[in-house]
Design a protein around this ligand. Sequence first.
Ligand SMILES: [Zn+2]
Length: 634
Amino acid sequence: MTPGIDRAAYRAMSAAELEDKIRYYNARYWDESDPAISDDDFDFITRLLAEKDPGNRLLDQVNAPAVAATADIRHERPMLSLDKVYSLPELVAWLEKTVRTADEKLLIQPKYDGISVLWEDGVLSTRGDGFTGKVITDKVPLIDLETLSGVLPLAEYPGRVLGELLIRTDDFKRRYASILNANGKPFKNSRNAIGGIMSLKDISGMTAQHARLTLVDYATVSRPATAAEISRIWPDVLEEMEQLPYPMDGLVVKLADAEYAESLGNTAHHPRGQIAFKFSGIRRTTRLLGVEWSFGKNCLTPVAELEPIEINGTTIRRATLHNLQNILDRDLQIGDAVTVERAGDVIPYIVSSEPGPERRSALITHCPCCGHELVRDLPELRCVNPECFETRLQLLLASIRSIGIEHLGEPSLRKIMTKLNVRTLSDLFNLSEINIFSQLRDDGFQGTSTQNLYREIQAARTVPAYKVLAALNIKGIGANIAKTILKKHTFAELRTLSTEQLAEINGIGPERARALHDELIRQSDGLDELLAAVTLVASSTEERPKICFTGKMPEKRAWYESIAKAAGYDPVDSVTDALALLVAADPNASSTKIADAKRLSVPIQSLDLWLGSVKNFVPKKEEPDKSDQMTFDF
Ligand SMILES: [Zn+2]
């Protein structure tokens, strides 16, 4: 397949010339299983013909393979093809003239790229030209039916099904590697395979090779939406649907109210209550010229460099490749033909690829910054050299975001790291204003911008504990999880817990617990420095771990509660499942609180043990009460 036809030359062609081209490419695609051009180029040519000659019958016949049939069948109700749109604005325009209110309910379904068929009274027939279909009941032994309630052999299903006959992409990978076509060769992809198999008069060769086809009921995958939200959710819907294991060339949007849809009736060729959104309007095939590995937080991120193409008026030169795993899964190499999608304002990405005639690996083995050997930590590729400048830059940048310094971007940080040898958050906090100004004066840091930056850095030194925890860049520990953790434990306590104890915190799980435990130890020195540089403010009381006391204690209850507050707890009077710790004068005593704590799996600690864990906060007895203190040090 060659990436890209000369579109200008096609625009100049007559309808008859376009028809010839369409017949030729359709046959190459379906009958010879050897596509000569990309799907989006094929669609482009059919769109040109539709513009020049909207009623052309060929438009209804393409995009389907020739099938070997035993008879013709007249459809009781015509099986019309769908009208098509190629962009979100076109889809929105269709909605505007179709829906009654912004709340109109819609269904979004895959537009499967297979053969539209009807199973009724034990007869399987194709859509054909919409009015007369082909009977293909002899293919039924190869077919499994996929419905909302599960999968079963089609022959065993007594009901009526309107759906698409196809080969699931996962089935194709697993099963079809060893299945050969009539010429003794493997099929190129699932769509070629379905075309090839449907053209067979005798399926015994396929039965012997255990080929399986799937009939998907159109109702099986159906995502509800309202007209008002379509524009907002569209990029996500596309990405979600593209993950499904079916060959697809677009999505179908239909009115959920079947009665209303019916009342709208049909145009000469299409029902008015539904529309096909074709991927070809947002996809183009081009060539992968190279892969650039850029530094992300803790990993190297591949970016595709493309032979420039235009999608919806925007020239695309680069596309995201997500991570190393994605390249390995696709066996993507430089020189391959790649199909790029750009939906709305999201970053363009590669949806499929085919090996190019000359290709070379896109992988790298050594860090482009420091030359250190890279580590495959799938799905990512990492530089593990602790001194690697670019890696440190990205990690520090992530920490800066987590701790809440908003206006220090990558270019400025790069200068600060280079000129002032800053490597960590504590380095940054310990910079003086004069230091920043004198070293960076020549780099655009003028009086006010230096002052503003300095002020923002200083302001960030007073920080809730969860932001400090999130700023450690521990895998899986973002701001929200950090909040959850610090509801159960104070920061000081956290550093003394075992992996098992950490895993008991709701929503953490063993993997995060291990990462948290190991990283708190590995980063211990840096964390001491950081904690010395910041002032932790307790978050609002509901974000602090709740503590409760029970039993007769040597001092007044208020004295223990003041220590608890200073250590970051929120003392409460009753035992609920929100309680983080029950401190008992005698854990073996029998009290309602102890019984409740046991029932709710709330940890119970003896008074002596607990006092030991918070000894830094125990005031000397002569000192005045400190219960109002809201900040604390380590
Ligand atoms: Zn490196």
